[in-house]
Design a protein around this ligand. Sequence first.
Ligand code: XCC
Ligand code: SF4
Length: 635
Amino acid sequence: MVEKAKKELNIKDITICDATQQMLAKARREGVETAFDRAANMKACPIGADSACCKHCAMGPCRLNAKDPYGKVGVCGATIDTIQARNFARMVASGAAAHTDHGMAMVDLFREVVNGHIKEYRIKDVNKLVQVAESIGIETEDRSVKEIATDLYKELERTYTQVEGEIPFAKRVPEKTLEVWRKMGIVPRGAMREIMELMHRTHIGVDQHYENITKQSSRTALADGWGGSMVATEISDILFGTPTPIAVDVNMGVLKEDQVNVIVHGHEPNMFESMLVSVNEPSLVQAAKDAGAQGINLVGMCCSGAEMMSRHGVPHAGNFMSTEAILVTGAVDAMCVDIQCIKQGLVSVADCYKTPLITTNTRAHIEGATHIEFDDHEPQKCTDEVVIKAIQRFKNRTAAIEIPDIRNTGIHGFSHEYINYMLGGSFRASYAPLNDNIINGRIRGVAGVVGCTNPRIKQDWAHVELVKELIKKDVLVLQTGCSQISLAKEGFLTPEAAYLAGPGLKEVCETVGMPPVLGLGSCVDNSRILIAASEMVRVGGLGNSIADLPAAGAAPEWMSEKAISIGQYFVASGVYTVFGTTFPIVEETKFHKLLFDGLEQQGLGKWGFSADPYEMARMMVDHIDKKRKALGIDK
Ligand code: XCC
Ligand code: SF4
């Protein structure tokens, strides 16, 4: 039998990222396979893509027909709506678990720092500590940092463990939004309880009403957005500092041929923070020099990269779909990973270039990678060892090195506090309050454009085209995660990019000296968008709930279950949220009508979908205009 020839796409159709293109060409010359190749050769399963199958028990797996969704049911009798709602719920549960478990790790670290068991980290941002404590009603006056921090720890732990009542950050939700949640019974109690209940309810033979399942999906997703993710962001700010705008280089050109290049890729900031210490350790810097290097060059990727870039100005080499490509440079002396979005395929690419791929987290080992366990109690033990491995690899470099000579400088690190300050939020006397500029129409509305890159769509393309359209229409864009890196690589995160914006937004950007696209950090930092939205409601003039705001969200190239959880918590918070590339649903089913319309009728937001970024922009702008009209500020 003749083996079917492998499909090879034109590299220009795979990604608009020049550096990634250059590395994919090198990979092809060197016979190295990446996820782009695998995607081209593995068609997505059409039944799964529609979410028309169920494997929740051994009477199945069952397949329904997306073309005739009500033509049959599963062996147990489950309808298409039950099956889809359950599949969707499980994605929410997994995504929410990822963010909340990350937040939990931050809370664990916080506790150990507060009680003095960990000395290597400390509370760096006392102002933020006080502010977060006060936001949930903890007394701060005349109390020591330790007392406040101890109380804050106890409170925030409830985000996870509480079995009854409301999670602490529910206190930050605008009153009217909270009222809707209370009426629907979807205010999260504690993340563990919500995720457990959602897993239970999606077991065979439990909850078999798509509306009731979706209610628990909302509750669980809210335990992510206003719970786990928000805790992760706030504790990280308290421990490592709240970001303020900083100029950073992004793209593969941040690698340096004459230095030991260490990449950190993943999501939690603690290991990365320790790595920052290790690469500056005089004895290790000397060891690098003894090996013939000019120094040690630390670079981030994906979300932990986005976080470290925002906080410390650590350069960022690229987003999710560039993590294999960067190894192809041959210049990476160690890639050190922790949790989430770490492709198993990195192992074989790293192997081709003799780059040590090092896993560090007890929850995420990868077969074939080297595991060096990271422990918060002696963090440098792990990160020093990684650096030593990197220096060894530098000394014995054999791979042909080619580093794309591309670096894009932009301004990153816009925390919600800073946006507030810059655009006047609580300081309405300031010269350019955000709400006033929305009311007077210079800024038409606000859009969050976030999320992954995905080999099923040309990398970065939908992000860039969508954002271009939005700012042209005077919509201020807030970004996080891999999407932020897509735009950074195209030069949009600079004040100079204001010329690409419509006249109103351009004027505001020029007055304030800010980019039309504001980078807020990693995916857990989507919680900063929630807080900014609450703040806009609090300041006044734009309605009483988040659902009233002229705002919309999008994840044009999403791929992870975390993205679905984020989408659902934005929707449940009142935001119209449009996804691109694909959506796991059969159109014209009752479940589809619920997500794309019914939830809005219940007082929440709703989902939207389009694979076309221009249409996505139209949908979002139409929604923003509809909200402006309802507020009476359309002219
Ligand atoms: Fe992962 Fe967070 Fe998606 Fe990027 S955006 S591919 S989830 S790294 Ni979070
Ligand atoms: Fe089939 Fe029902 Fe079992 Fe799902 S739960 S696999 S639909 S029998």
